[in-house]
Write a protein that binds this ligand. Structure first.
Ligand SMILES: *[C@@H]1O[C@H](CO)[C@@H](O)[C@H](O)[C@H]1NC(C)=O
Ligand SMILES: *[C@@H]1O[C@H](CO)[C@@H](O)[C@H](O)[C@H]1NC(C)=O
Ligand SMILES: *[C@@H]1O[C@H](CO)[C@@H](O)[C@H](O)[C@H]1NC(C)=O
Ligand SMILES: *[C@@H]1O[C@H](CO)[C@@H](O)[C@H](O)[C@H]1NC(C)=O
Ligand SMILES: *[C@@H]1O[C@H](CO)[C@@H](O)[C@H](O)[C@H]1NC(C)=O
Ligand SMILES: *[C@@H]1O[C@H](CO)[C@@H](O)[C@H](O)[C@H]1NC(C)=O
Length: 562
């Protein structure tokens, strides 16, 4: 009896021991993998925190689609989302030539365009002008497929006039651009190849395979213990435990790898950590400034000159595209109310008197804050202790009772160091605005979303639209304005992280999401493209002034200004 019991106990002890050993082994291998991964992040981080790293690989890497913590469309807007995103799909673009040869890709210098019915025709203000474009490769052979990104502009520098053409891709290597003729005088046609269709194949691939190529970090801290991990919209949930920072009010998703020992709620800040992606030498050849990246016009045809005569009875139909044009360096709206000019502080003060202007968004919205506070000497800034990059900013004019605020948008903001206490989603901020006839809200959210799947941006705009609707429901006299994207200067690095092609897709989504919502559109896209100044992520003061004129024109459609 006794020995039997002893035997039983012995066996129990052995089983327990084996179990204990097994769990030790498991634990060890787990922490091992864990620390290797951690080392890996720190390494990438330290390489790319200052300089962007372009990993050059000699052969095309095997497509390695990342496992992703991000859910693409939430059930509530899956149907609208799919319909809307399908409606803006870019045409098929050709696969890269195999073996690779730049010579069979689009060459702007050999491509041509001509104006329809140019001979003997006299153009009249009010006519439409059609330009036919034939793309060719480096051998001079006509291209037979579409998908290239082309923009067109009609302009006259002396008259300070410019208008954007509507470009149509016929998917067979030819395009047409249609311009309305809007001024009495001469005009130049300018056609620019922004990206070849082959380059767009690469841009699409990067988003599919490397949605986390811009990566972010957060510090976690508990007294003396400080740990740092990588954060993103899309992290591999299989690798290491994640901290799920999904916002409960908006549903906006954001993740960090869990720090080694600290809890997720110890996060103190958010910052852009770096950029790393795989792109081959051959693929890089598709992004050469002056060769096939944003090459304006075909040199021998720069002189395409038109003489537009005045039509005696001008037909002035309202049109939706283009939405405006420049004449005498002033923006003239074709689709909305007339743009008024606010050329000095007293005109601006007269409009803003008694008003609260809230600016939310990225650095292109911060420009508005700086422009307004510099233009109005009575506006006193109370933001000396805020980060000059991320704010938040506050300025007040007590005499005229004007308040102006700026706050940056939430993740994936690429700013240097935003404290978690100041990291807010625009939609949540809109929910805190009381609103009313003296409240103006301007939102600008676009540039920091370019490397992610388009659904991330769509989702963000939908949460902002919902909050804007709530605001307009409770205070219908509130003015809510949303700024569209704009084109910028592009080289290789900018193309891969922030290409105008990415911006164009986002611009289309923004227009579709805010259509018929009572939210006003600030037409940055055309204002930059039609202007004589070069494209720039941060438009020059002359253009910012026109944008502020548009904000103030929405704010004060009646008296004040001129
Ligand atoms: C993150 O949290 C949200 C909200 O609780 C949840 O819906 C989502 O499934 C979570 N995601 C992951 C990857 O854990
Ligand atoms: C590409 O075209 C250029 C100029 O026509 C020529 O010099 C070069 O050899 C061609 N390269 C290939 C790989 O065909
Ligand atoms: C390309 O398509 C357009 C529009 O369908 C057509 O007018 C044109 O003739 C076509 N060009 C070629 C070369 O096939
Ligand atoms: C149109 O331009 C012509 C030639 O520059 C000029 O003589 C004429 O006065 C202009 N007409 C108007 C209405 O501006
Ligand atoms: C200042 O303007 C706000 C509206 O923006 C208004 O509610 C408030 O009464 C005004 N204050 C004064 C002193 O006029
Ligand atoms: C400011 O602009 C308005 C409208 O353009 C003009 O009437 C006014 O004279 C200008 N005031 C000053 C001080 O320049």
């Amino acid at each position: 009896m006794k020995t039997k019991k002893l035997e039983k106990n012995k066996r129990k002890v052995i089983v327990l021991l084996v179990l204990f050993m097994l769990s030790l082994i498991l634990l060890f291998s787990y922490t091992e993998a864990y620390s290797i991964l951690l080392k890996h992040w720190y390494k990438t981080a330290s390489i790319s925190s200052t300089q962007p790293t372009l990993a050059v690989v000699t052969s095309r890497p095997q497509p390695e689609v990342q496992r992703c913590s991000f859910k693409h469309l939430s059930p509530g807007n899956r149907e609208e989302g799919r319909r809307l995103l399908d409606s803006i799909t870019w045409p098929e673009t050709p696969p890269l030539p195999k073996p690779f040869s730049l010579n069979v890709t689009t060459d702007p210098s050999r491509s041509t365009f001509h104006i329809e019915n140019a001979q003997g025709e006299s153009w009249r203000v009010g006519d439409d002008l059609t330009v036919r474009i034939q793309l060719k490769d480096f051998y001079g052979n006509p291209k037979t497929s579409g998908g290239d990104f082309i923009i067109a502009r009609l302009h006259n520098l002396q008259l300070g006039a410019g208008v954007v053409g509507q470009v149509q891709d016929h998917l067979n290597g030819t395009f047409t651009a249609v311009f309305p003729l809007l001024w009495n005088g001469t005009a130049h046609v300018e056609v620019t190849l922004v990206h070849t269709s082959e380059a767009i194949t690469v841009l699409k691939r990067l988003t599919e395979e490397q949605p986390s190529r811009i990566f972010f970090g957060s510090d976690f801290r508990s007294r003396l213990v400080k740990q740092m991990t990588t954060c993103n919209v899309c992290l591999d949930p299989g690798k290491v435990p994640l901290c799920n920072f999904t916002d409960l009010n908006t549903g906006e998703q954001w993740f960090c790898y869990k720090p080694k020992t600290l809890d997720c709620d110890k996060r103190v800040n958010h910052y852009r950590k770096g950029f790393s992606q795989k792109i081959s030498k051959e693929e890089q050849a598709l992004f050469q400034t002056g060769v096939n990246l944003k090459v304006p016009s075909w040199p021998w045809e720069m002189r395409q000159l038109l003489f537009i005569k005045r039509r005696y009875c001008e037909s002035k139909e309202a049109r939706t595209t283009p939405s405006g044009y420049y004449f005498n360096k002033q923006w003239r709206s074709l689709s909305g109310p007339a743009l008024r000019q606010f050329n000095n502080a007293s005109a601006m003060n007269a409009c803003l008197k008694g008003k609260q202007l809230h600016l939310f968004g990225d650095s292109t919205i911060r420009q508005f804050y700086l422009h307004i506070t510099e233009s109005l000497p009575n506006l006193k800034r109370f933001d000396k202790h805020s980060s000059s990059q991320s704010g938040p900013f506050l300025a007040k004019d007590n005499t005229n009772n004007i308040t102006v605020t700026y706050r940056c948008h939430g993740p994936p903001i690429r700013f240097g160091n935003v404290q978690v206490t100041e990291l807010r989603y625009v939609a949540n901020e809109l929910d805190k605005v009381t609103g009313g006839p003296n409240t103006v809200v301007v939102v600008g959210v676009w540039s920091h979303f370019s490397t992610f799947p388009i659904e991330v941006y769509y989702q963000r705009l939908v949460t902002i639209r919902k909050a804007a609707r709530r605001l307009l429901d409770r205070a219908p006299d509130t003015k809510v304005i949303i700024r569209t994207a704009n084109m910028k200067q592009l080289a290789l690095y900018e193309s891969l992280t922030n290409s105008d092609w990415y911006s164009l897709q986002r611009d289309k989504v923004l227009r579709a999401v805010f259509k018929d919502t009572g939210v006003f559109l600030l037409e940055a896209w055309e204002m930059i493209q039609a202007h004589y100044l070069p494209h720039s992520l941060h438009p020059q003061p002359e253009i910012i002034k026109i944008m502020i004129d548009q904000v103030l024109s929405y704010t004060c459609p009646g008296a004040g200004g001129s």
